[in-house]
Design a protein around this ligand. Structure first.
Ligand code: SF4
Length: 680
């Protein structure tokens, strides 16, 4: 029996894996976030074990026939390293690029960043977490001086008085977490849900607000306006623990409830109801998720809600505060250890001299040898194969063809590369385009740490041996590094890599110095920052000070500009995208698990809209945007706004429609709203 965690979302539910002959059985394990429950994705997580879909040998594309053919590991790695070296010699270091994932373990994310900077000497590395919660990260860094998704344990939400979920469908995306919502309500707490769709989460709400997609920001300004008018601002907290409130107060003054109603579609009375709930207690929480964040104004939207939380004096108060519900399994750790274009391990900045000196010492190079910041994820992908852009891409843990915005344009760029290498467990849509495919281990076959949505570093333990022919990503990275003649050590044992990661993070914002596998096992995970072996870890942040040098949080004024692409006569309907219960991210794994329903893409629309275009439930609907089109069966429901359609993004198609407008700070694409036309 092996105690471990689920391979999928950021909740990282505890589970136990038991060998029964050749089978591997899942049982739920009591862990603080899931309390002995799993969702159906967790229960079926071993479904890819022994599957014929598993890749078990490296594959290289024959340029003459276009076919992928099996080769040995040494041959595959030799060919990749030789081609990378040649491209570097011919076009410079930035000719080679790396793309990681928010599902990779901390050890893999760390070693991937080191591979890019030290072995390839390239600045061109980013990852799909840029598309997950980077707007919340940018906002938290600005406001608090540090970015940890939840600055408190998830179970704290049970004890607050008012919980406001902005753009989160927690009950469907991470069902075990919904128990915390139920306990909150059993205690008499109130739940507010803000979402363009009446989701299973919204069904639990005491107050449900259904805004036009892309208008969460003016709603926050309107709430702050009312709180200020009602003298509900915590003036003592604002004076002693923050800076910048007066400018924010002035910007909110223009957002009276009737104006908010005109822009958001939410009745002024409901805006007042929300403000009254928040202003009537000292214990409230505001949590944002992708619905609020995946916008060209995602950072500003999160800042607007943080401004509300700060005005009420919530961050740092017990059972209160602001937090972001991270999505991907290692969405938190993945953004801390160096696979992001502007970051070094420990959430260090790649442009900070002292940070570069520290990491260079750990890596055994000079600070000057570490490249500067590279392109953000979407900008990197759209530069591939262009003059001056990267000529090769190494992809680990990401299925770009399905998950990138404006996916048709991105697929064209992948096809223009001289070399595309994909390390994956199955032949994903992106792997199918690759020149070299490398078969790697999956979660139960390897050990490694993840950092869950609470900032709790947890350990996934190896339970079984990998299939013959499969290697771990750490082996692949080290194999490439040695062939490229990289300096320094390239350990492949996860615990050794973790120790190096901890050293690199020492003194950084995400300080893991005091965390070890032994402690994680003994303590049900350890919350960072944990600067020494004797430090207990930090489950709750901001009780006494924030992470800015003066210890104060920053109010940041924001303005509403609306979605980058407004509706028009040609495209009169809002399109939004999201997840369904049985699938995870690009679906590369979950679509291949027999026990999970693979219903395919669908178009959710309101009966009024369905009648207008003459479509009945189950009949095909054509959705068109300025970038592409998708035909899928109609799902006619009264739970969505009549001016909005929803398409899940787990299947090829949804992201051919989405807009690639980027947030100016986080570089997050606007996945959550664009303009479309629908017809039968
Ligand atoms: Fe796995 Fe997330 Fe489901 Fe928990 S909620 S079982 S972590 S997919």
């Amino acid at each position: 029996m092996t105690d471990t965690h689920c391979p999928y979302c950021s909740l990282q539910c505890g589970m136990t894996l038991t060998r029964r002959g050749p089978a591997l059985e899942v049982s739920a394990r009591s862990f603080p976030v899931n309390d002995g429950a799993l969702c159906r994705k967790g229960w079926t997580a071993t479904g890819l074990r022994g599957s014929r879909e598993r890749l078990t040998t490296p594959l290289v594309r024959d340029r003459a026939t276009g076919e992928l053919t099996a080769v040995g590991w040494d041959d595959a790695l030799d060919r990749i390293a030789g081609r990378l070296a040649a491209l570097r010699a011919e076009h410079g270091s930035d000719a080679n690029a790396v793309f990681g994932g928010g599902g990779l373990t901390n050890e893999k994310a760390y070693l991937l960043g080191k591979l890019a900077r030290v072995a390839l000497g390239t600045s061109q590395i980013d990852y799909n977490g840029r598309w997950c919660m980077s707007s919340a990260a940018s906002a938290a860094n600005q406001a608090f001086g540090i970015d940890r998704g939840l600055p408190f344990p998830l179970a704290d939400i049970e004890r607050t008085d008012v919980l406001v979920l902005v753009g989160s469908n927690l009950a469907e995306t991470m069902p075990p977490a919904a128990r915390h919502l139920d306990r909150l309500r059993e205690r008499g707490g109130r739940l507010v849900v803000i979402d363009p769709r009446r989701t299973p989460t919204a069904e639990r709400a005491d107050l449900f607000l259904q805004p036009v997609p892309g208008t969460d920001l003016p709603l926050a300004l309107g709430v702050l306006h009312l709180l200020d008018a009602a003298a509900a601002v915590d003036e003592a907290y604002v004076a002693s623990r923050t800076t910048g409130f007066e400018e924010v107060r002035r910007s909110a003054a223009a957002w009276w409830p009737e104006r908010v109603e005109r822009v958001t579609g939410i009745e002024a009375g409901q805006v007042r109801e929300l403000a009254a709930l928040l202003g009537g207690t000292r214990k409230a929480m505001v949590l944002t998720a992708r619905g609020a964040e995946q916008h060209a104004q995602g950072t500003a939207t999160v800042l607007a809600w943080i401004d509300v939380a700060l005005a009420l004096g919530l961050p740092g108060r017990p059972d209160a505060g602001y937090g972001c519900l991270t999505g991907q399994g290692n969405g938190q750790g993945g953004r801390e250890h160096g696979q992001k274009a502007d970051q070094l391990p420990g959430y260090r900045s790649i442009t900070d001299r002292a940070d570069r000196v520290h990491v260079a010492r750990v890596w055994g190079v000079t600070p000057e040898e570490i490249p500067g910041p590279g392109r953000s994820a979407y900008e990197l992908l759209t530069a591939l194969g262009t003059p001056g852009g990267p000529r090769s891409l190494l992809v680990f843990g990401s299925n770009i063809v399905v998950s990138a915005p404006n996916a048709l344009a991105v697929t064209e760029r992948l096809a223009a590369l001289d070399l595309l290498v994909v390390a994956d467990i199955v032949m994903s849509e992106t792997a199918a385009m690759a020149d070299v495919v490398l078969p790697v281990t999956q979660w139960a076959e390897e050990t490694g740490t993840m950092t869950n949505l609470e900032g709790r570093v947890i350990l996934r333990e190896q339970a079984v041996s990998p299939p013959e022919g499969v290697r771990s990503d750490l082996d692949v990275i080290a194999g490439l590094a040695s062939r490229l003649g990289a300096p320094g050590d390239w350990p492949t044992e996860p615990e050794e890599v973790f120790a190096e990661l901890c050293a690199a993070s020492t003194g950084g914002r995400a300080d893991y110095a005091g965390i070890s596998y032994r402690r994680i096992r003994a303590e049900n995970g350890v919350f960072w920052p944990c600067p020494s072996a004797s430090h207990p870890g930090t489950p709750r942040m901001f009780a006494d000070s924030f992470a800015h040098p003066d210890g104060r949080a920053r109010f940041v004024p924001v303005e509403h500009h609306g979605p980058a692409e407004g509706v028009s006569a040609a495209y009169p309907i809002h399109l939004t995208t999201g997840r369904v219960l049985a699938q995870y991210q690009s679906g590369a794994q979950t679509r291949r698990i027999r026990e999970l329903p693979d219903e395919g893409a669908f178009v959710e629309l309101h009966p009024l809209l369905a009648t207008r275009i003459g479509v009945r439930d189950g009949e095909p609907v054509l959705v068109r945007t300025a970038r592409g089109e998708l035909k899928a069966p109609a799902r006619v429901v009264a739970t969505i706004r009549p001016d909005t359609v929803f398409v899940p993004f787990h299947w090829v198609g949804a992201n051919r429609l989405t807009n690639d407008a980027l947030d100016p700070v986080s570089r997050m694409p606007e996945f959550k709203v664009c303009a479309c036309a629908v017809s039968g």
